[in-house]
Design a protein around this ligand. Sequence first.
Ligand code: 9G3
Ligand code: MG
Ligand code: MG
Length: 567
Amino acid sequence: MKQSKMFIPTLREVPNDADSKSHQLLLKAGMIKQIASGIYSYLPISKRVLNKIEAIVREEMEAIDGIEILMPALQPSELWQESGRWPSYGAELMRMTDRHGREFALGPTHEEIITSLVRDELKSYKKLPVTLFQIQNKFRDEKRPRFGLLRGREFIMKDAYSFHASEESLDATYQDMYRAYSNIFSRVNLKFRPVIADSGAIGGSHTHEFMALAEIGEDTIAYTDGSDYAANIEKAEVVYTPDVQHTEEQPLEKIHTPGVKTAQQLADLLGRRLDEIVKSMIVKVDDRFVMFLLRGHHELNDVKVKSYFGTEYVELATEAEIEGIMNAKPGSLGPVGVDKIEIYADYSVQDINNLAVGANETEYHYINANLNRDFTVTAFGDFRFITEGEPAADGSGPVKFAEGIEVGQVFKLGTKYSEAMKATFLDEQGKARPMIMGCYGIGVSRTLSAVIEQHHDDNGIIWPKSITPFDLHIISVNPKQEAQRQLADELYATFSKDYEVLYDDRTERAGVKFNDADLIGVPLRILVGKNAADGIVEVKVRKTGESFDVNIGELKAEIDSLYDTLD
Ligand SMILES: O=C(C[C@@H]1CCCCN1)Cn1cnc2cc(Cl)c(F)cc2c1=O
Ligand SMILES: [Mg+2]
Ligand SMILES: [Mg+2]
């Protein structure tokens, strides 16, 4: 492709609204243009990379008998009424009405559509299992779109759905997908980790997220070097090992604590460690309020609370709600004398006694509060986030933390949608049974960004060979020089036979062309410059920056062998 005919609006300066490295580079390399918050046009360089990522995804899906279809983005609300999800999503679900006043959603995902499609077509166990997938734009009205393509409101997803007559069959497909995802993320040259994850609102039991490791990642992974254990921190189980440090029970004592609002301030006032304080939090679970007790140095894990109570509706109570229930401000809450709401406590609260807790009176606290004497707990449980260094659930050693970008997720869905939508099949005994489902997503546009996050330097992107927009970048340094332009034209014609070539034939200054080439990030570059008349060109490897002169007689062999060494 001649760059004089291309559309790559590179930028000189860093756009100030870019809030991540990949977002900056996508803009500087002229790969995307924002049309509205979280909504982008993919320009030619991006489109070429997306085509390659999608080709790899298709190959791996088809290798495990995935069949490609394309479903509509417009989804009739009736199907979401059937699945019961129409009322359960808020502003994130983009809704609209058509000219007849009928309600639709712009599809954020396609469980309802695919289930209605399959229930009409596949009636017998003989037709199962089947795995259908699509690659399509999804719409989710994120409250805070950010990081360019990493969290957009319209994005490209590969979503696959599988239908089974048995759990074993679902298991087999789940494993196939798990391996296919590992292949895909390896082939696009991403450093990634599959992590045990929480299935959240989607239901089902078993799910893994595929995390691309990157500082900018919004997810935190708890992993160990001792095994392939890795879990989303929302899910990482805390192995409770009792570490009881009880002392002689002391009499309960109320103390005036002006200005004390946090566990740290209470610890400082009492001259105790933070972990010797027990903090009390009021959480709204569904439509009731519940108190949670945690050690001062731990944090409440809302995802664990959701899965413990089996609901998505878990929110911290507001200050007004707290004052309404407890007649005290959030900084002075405690379990003593609380009988209107249930109290749950993290396991490790039972390790200490003579507790310092709020007195449910603003600016008053108790010391020496003791379980069963001064307050009771409905149940102890694992309600907190694991902290770095604590033992992993599989006993493989202390967990370490890393940031990750969720680029894929595989779910065992079960029969949540097939039951709700009566997608049944006739089993061997002719009995109608709900199909057992799995669903599997890859963020295709998010994967493009994740690759940039992991493959760049200060001058721009460095594309892995597998998804690079072009293989070779030929630059005629000064096309006004007849010898240079002629040789560059010839090399473009020759190399285009075996490689995808971007030919910078523009009459821009050399510096501009080199800057653009560094930004765009094609892995190999041929500079046709002042030595063209002597049949010498310069070859440059984008990743290492190394460059050397090559006689055009050896150029093809040199490029072929160099290209093979690239990753
Ligand atoms: O999408 C999934 C599960 C899997 C992921 C892989 C591909 C198939 N679906 C979960 N999820 C996430 N955000 C959503 C946002 C909105 Cl607004 C919605 F209405 C529904 C969903 C929703 O269901
Ligand atoms: Mg997540
Ligand atoms: Mg997820």
